[in-house]
Design a protein. Structure first.
Length: 707
């Protein structure tokens, strides 16, 4: 049993690393070094050191420039200020979401959406400018003339790269592709070849040497070793470049180059700690059951050998020596059983458990604890046999005076009450910040004690009934009578089987209830935070496609402040909102239809609003771009779809919010969407950005720990 418990713990630890790496951008778990300027000696040293590291993907070089103004060459009518970033990443042509040409020198690919504002076509030339210091006018305006840095030929366009989440290849550069504000387009990224930047590189070019972990088969132990290897790469680079000779390395090394794999290892430890604390009462219950089984085994073996034990006692052999003899007699069988049981437990964990990855540390812990458990088992059997053997000859005569039996079951009831009070005051295991808190064993044991207490109270009445029912069933058929007599011939054995079965069934019922409750809680939290089952951020709102209109709605969002409080302002369509969300009756004192009716068709003046998650004392709010918004609370809710902790939610009429002229972000909310819902929106002309589902909200460390 100790071997199996340790195996389960090590399985959870390994699985926690796999879960984190699976749902994490691997660039955040790897290492990225800034090569400014690109030192050939540093690259050679890095490549040599990286070749000795296992469990990583091949290193990738990326060149990225700052923001530069751009215009179409020969188009004198284009005087608007346009900006682009230049990026070159090894293997980029295969990761642009469609068939794109291999770029040559001074050739570029622009995003599809950038063709309209600039008015470019394949074969056109665009000029990248480096404005003089102090220059702030538009291209073509009077003043200092910007100098041309690059003259690029447009070789085509590439599809818009998805965001939240980004594809694995681009996730390390997510800030380049995500919108910069409420509904704003990001600065367009012009894809170029490395030869283009090497030959005619602008003054502001940053070269990144990146290495990511390979999550296949990686355990927590492997991740910790790889994190140390990444630290060694940092040392190799700083020695090759020289910290004092490079302006980009003047900051402390550990702040300049962040090794994200250490965070993964630490989070995996937090998950293992939380799971271990949660399972502590179960482990104690297992130890108690094993102890009872060992004591019963020692007693049974001694009773079977009672004649031999009695003869040896008469010859002067002491009870301790007899207990040792009994323990030694079963030592071989116990050792063989322990080895076979341990191998079966490990095989079961690898084949049917949470993961097949086993950590070296817990494996050693399991082996040591198994050996200690074997020794302890033999000691317990020895003591039990010695006690029973002593009573075979030297047992004292029982006193005839009738004494009230000790109500041992009251101790279990008292423990259950104390456990409930402890759970109410201390609480269970909690994941707060980066460390697990709580985990009081007595508090966590309440479900088990709540089952054991009523069963313990049943023992005495059941034993009383069984002892007086030995002659029951005289008028039934012989076969049935034989079954009844066999069942109640040994009341203690029968009662133990009944109570054990009841405890097992009750434990299964409680565990199922707790599991379903946790699953329902997480689903409700994710749905409330997200708003619906699928949220798609867009920038051009129109009629929803026919297949999505019956279970979808369009909302708009903005953020504001009321005094010192953050306020999320959500604009909804009262006629379509209810069909796209899951509403719980306990979210407010009124129905959803009644709440929405209070904000429908607002008159002139402050917008009527539903307030969720707090109070707003000042309806005169200021948005992020310092514009004013006036609202008037007309109803309140404990929570509301789209509510986020840390900010008050104000729900207003969508059309009225749009009419204020504020900068808003648009979202499409869909309930029970089909698998191709995002593709349907894209086909209908909606720019699809940041599709998010409830399952993605659950895939964070704290939610995964609870699950």
């Amino acid at each position: 049993m100790p071997c199996r418990r340790a195996a389960l713990r090590l399985g959870r630890r390994a699985e926690s690393v796999q879960i984190d790496l699976h749902h994490l951008c691997l660039a955040d778990a790897g290492i990225s070094l800034v090569l400014v300027p690109r030192h050939e000696s540093a690259l050679a040293a890095l490549d040599a050191a990286a070749g000795k590291i296992h469990g990583v993907t091949p290193p990738v070089l990326t060149a990225l420039t700052g923001v530069f103004p751009v215009t179409v060459v020969g188009d004198e009518s284009d005087t608007a200020q346009r900006f682009v970033l230049l990026l070159s990443r090894e293997g980029q042509e295969k990761e642009l979401g469609g068939p794109v040409p291999v770029l040559g020198q001074n050739e570029t690919l622009l995003p599809d959406w950038f063709r309209t504002p600039v008015g470019i076509a394949r074969g056109d030339h665009i000029a990248i400018f480096e404005p003089p210091i102090g220059y702030s006018g538009e291209l073509g305006a009077e003043g200092p003339v910007p100098s041309t840095v690059l003259d690029l030929t447009v070789d085509g366009t590439y599809p818009e790269i998805p965001v939240r989440p980004e594809p694995a290849f681009w996730c390390g550069y997510r800030t380049l592709f995500r919108p910069t504000g409420l509904g704003d387009r990001p600065t367009p990224v012009a894809i170029v070849s490395s030869a283009t930047l090497d030959a005619q590189a602008p003054a502001r070019v940053y070269n990144f040497w990146e290495m990511r972990p390979n999550p296949a088969g990686m355990s927590r132990h492997d991740a910790a070793l790889l994190a140390d290897d990444f630290d060694h790469l940092l040392d190799v680079y700083t020695r090759a470049v020289g910290v004092s000779n490079d302006v980009y390395l003047d900051v402390p090394r550990r702040e300049q180059f962040h090794n994200g794999l250490h965070d993964v290892v630490r989070r995996a430890g937090v998950v293992a700690d939380v799971v271990g604390r949660t399972m502590a009462p179960v482990r104690l219950a297992g130890l108690a059951a094993a102890l009872a089984l060992l004591i019963a085994s020692g007693v049974l073996v001694t009773r079977e050998r009672s004649r031999e034990m009695r003869l040896r006692l008469l010859r002067g052999v002491g009870p301790a020596a007899l207990g040792a003899r009994v323990a030694w007699g079963i030592a071989a069988a116990a050792a063989i059983g322990t080895v076979i049981g341990g191998l079966v437990a490990f095989g079961a964990v690898r084949s049917f458990g949470p993961t097949s990855l086993l950590e070296p540390g817990p494996v050693r812990e399991a082996i040591v604890s198994t050996a200690i458990g074997l020794v302890c088992a033999l000691v317990v059997v020895c003591i039990a046999a010695a006690v029973v053997a002593r009573r075979l000859v030297d047992a004292r005569r029982k006193a005839r005076a009738r004494r009230w039996p000790v109500p041992w079951e009251l101790a279990i009831v008292g423990l259950a009450v104390a456990s409930y009070l402890r759970l109410e005051r201390v609480g269970g295991v909690r994941l707060v910040g980066a460390e697990a808190q709580g985990g009081d064993v007595l508090a966590q044991a309440f479900p088990l004690l709540a089952l054991a207490a009523p069963l313990a109270l049943v023992v005495r009445p059941a034993r009383f009934v069984l002892r007086r029912a030995r002659l029951a069933g005289r008028n039934v058929r012989p076969a049935v009578l034989l079954g009844i007599r066999r069942a109640i011939a040994e009341p203690g054995v029968t009662l133990s089987l009944v109570l054990g079965s009841a405890l097992a069934a009750g434990s299964f019922a409680v565990s199922t209830i707790l599991t379903d409750s946790a699953r329902s809680l997480l689903a409700d939290k994710a749905g409330t935070y997200l708003g619906s089952d699928l949220i798609v951020t867009t920038s051009e709102v129109g009629p929803l496609p026919a297949g999505l209109a019956d279970a979808g709605t369009v909302v708009v969002r903005t953020q504001a402040r009321s005094g010192d409080r953050s306020v999320d302002v959500l604009g909804v369509d009262p006629t379509t909102f209810a069909r796209a969300v899951r509403w719980r009756a306990d979210a407010a004192d009124h129905s959803l239809d009644d709440l929405l009716a209070g904000i429908r068709h607002p008159s002139a003046g402050p917008l009527p609003a539903i307030i969720a998650g707090g109070e707003i004392t000042d309806g005169e709010m200021r948005t992020l771009n310092l514009k004013r918004l006036s609202i008037k609370p007309v109803s309140s809710a404990r929570w509301f779809p789209g509510y986020n902790n840390g900010a008050v939610l104000a729900v207003v009429d969508r059309d009225a919010l749009v009419a204020t002229g504020l900068d808003l972000s648009e979202e499409v909310w869909l309930l029970n969407p089909s698998a191709d819902a995002a593709q349907q929106l894209k086909a209908a002309g909606f720019p699809v950005r940041s599709p998010r589902e409830a399952s993605e909200i659950l895939d964070v460390t704290s939610f995964l720990t609870v699950r």
